[in-house]
Structure formats: C-alpha cells, structure tokens
Design a protein around this ligand. Structure first.
Ligand SMILES: C[S@@+](CC[C@H](N)C(=O)[O-])C[C@H]1O[C@@H](n2cnc3c(N)ncnc32)[C@H](O)[C@@H]1O
Length: 207
C-alpha cells in the first residue's frame, strides 16, 4: 500500500488531476496485432505493452479459465487467446462491438463471448453462474468494464481461494480506498512489474 501511496503522490495532483508523467509509459489505448492472423489489427483500451505484462501474470498463475469483463473489440481477449495456452476464455460485454470476422475466429478458438449487463442492481446471473459452477477451477477474473469499483466489489465474492481478480485503470478509476473491504480477502499478486512500469493494471489473489 505504501508503494501505491507514493505513486499516487508522485503522479496525481492535489485536486485529483493526473500529472503528465503518469501517462508516459502506460498508454491507455493501442492496437493489438494478431500473431496468428497477420491481417488482423484490433484497437484496444490497453497499451500494447500490457499484453506482455498481463500474459506473463496469466501464464505464471496458469489458470483453467480467464474471464474478462469488457470485451470491446476483443483486443485483449485475442492477446490472451494467442499468448496463453490451455486457458478457457470468456468475455462479457453488454454491447456487440466485435466484428463478425473476429466473432468467428473466437468461436473457432473456443473463446466464448457473452452479452450481459453487469451493472444492474442485481449481479448478472450469467456471470455469477459461470463463476459458481466453476468454483473448483483455477480462475482469473479481469475487470475492465464501465464501473471497475462496482465490478470488483460485486463479483470478487464469487471467486474461490487461489483465484485471481484483476482490474484496469488502477489509481485512475479505482484505488485502494474504493475496494478496501473487498481487498481484505486478497493479497497482491505480481504487482512489482506493474508498479515498476507505472502500468494501470493490478491483480490480487484470494486468500
Ligand atoms: C474499457 S472497454 C473494454 C476494453 C477491452 N478490455 C480492451 O482491452 O480493449 C469497456 C467495455 O465495457 C462495456 N460495458 C460498459 N458498461 C457495461 C455494463 N454495464 N455491462 C456490460 N458491459 C459494459 C463497454 O461496452 C465496453 O466495451
């Protein structure tokens, strides 16, 4: 937590505004260049450097399932699909932003794209069922939806000890205070490379 506080102090101004340096390395947007389908380039809301970082964490944890909240155009989804083998991938969004071609490629590669609104008053049954029916499988739940605070606080309780939860926009849209209660059941997981690179993603492992 001290490290996070010092990052906030260094990069967030006294009125909560971002200081310019904070956006230096970890860009918020980028393109994912497919490694298997050279003609495919997908705009994503993660800088390209995130693919390497997140894949490393996923491969280290070696989960059976990777569940992404917030598919958008499928850039990060494809990055995980191409860089992490033997992982069942699910991605949720309430909009259909995937191109028909990419939907087919995902289907062929066993990636399941779900359409569900995750921010209604009641937690999404589709997502809760997926998490609870697979409670004995090693999972990563990655929150990159419209409201990260609500997503983490709502869905963290449905994953099991040993599973990871992660989120994007750490210290920008969501920080330790907003998920303090939830984080009591978790410990930081592989934070060092993300902190070193001032990346906007963090993962925690459930105790
Ligand atoms: C930041 S983008 C996801 C970016 C994607 N993971 C990437 O790396 O390119 C957030 C996505 O969340 C979706 N979203 C926003 N509110 C939602 C909600 N209430 N339920 C489901 N999806 C939602 C949006 O449609 C959008 O595609």
């Amino acid at each position: 937590m001290n490290d996070m506080k010092s990052i906030v102090k260094k990069y967030v101004g006294h009125r909560g505004q971002l200081k310019k340096a904070a956006t230096g390395y970890s860009s918020k947007k980028g393109n994912y260049h497919s490694e298997r389908y050279p003609e495919i380039v997908i705009f994503m809301k993660h800088g390209p450097e995130y693919i390497t970082l997140i894949r490393k964490t996923v491969n280290m944890h070696n989960p059976e399932m990777f569940i992404e909240l917030g598919t958008l155009h499928g850039g990060l989804t494809m990055g995980i699909m191409e860089g992490c083998s033997d992982v069942e991938i699910h991605s949720f969004d309430y909009k259909r932003s995937l191109s028909p071609g990419l939907s087919l490629i995902f289907f062929d590669n066993g990636v399941t794209c779900h359409r569900a609104n995750l921010m209604l008053e009641k937690p999404s049954e589709d997502l809760v069922n997926l998490l609870t029916e697979n409670k004995h499988r090693r999972k990563i739940l990655y929150c990159d939806n419209g409201d990260k605070i609500k997503e983490v606080n709502t869905y963290a309780k449905y994953i099991s000890p040993g599973d990871l939860i992660g989120c994007h926009d750490w210290l920008f849209e969501i920080g330790p205070n907003e998920i303090e209660e939830t984080l009591r059941d978790f410990e930081p997981y592989d934070h060092e490379p993300y902190e070193r690179m001032l990346a906007w993603t963090r993962f925690w492992i459930k105790k």
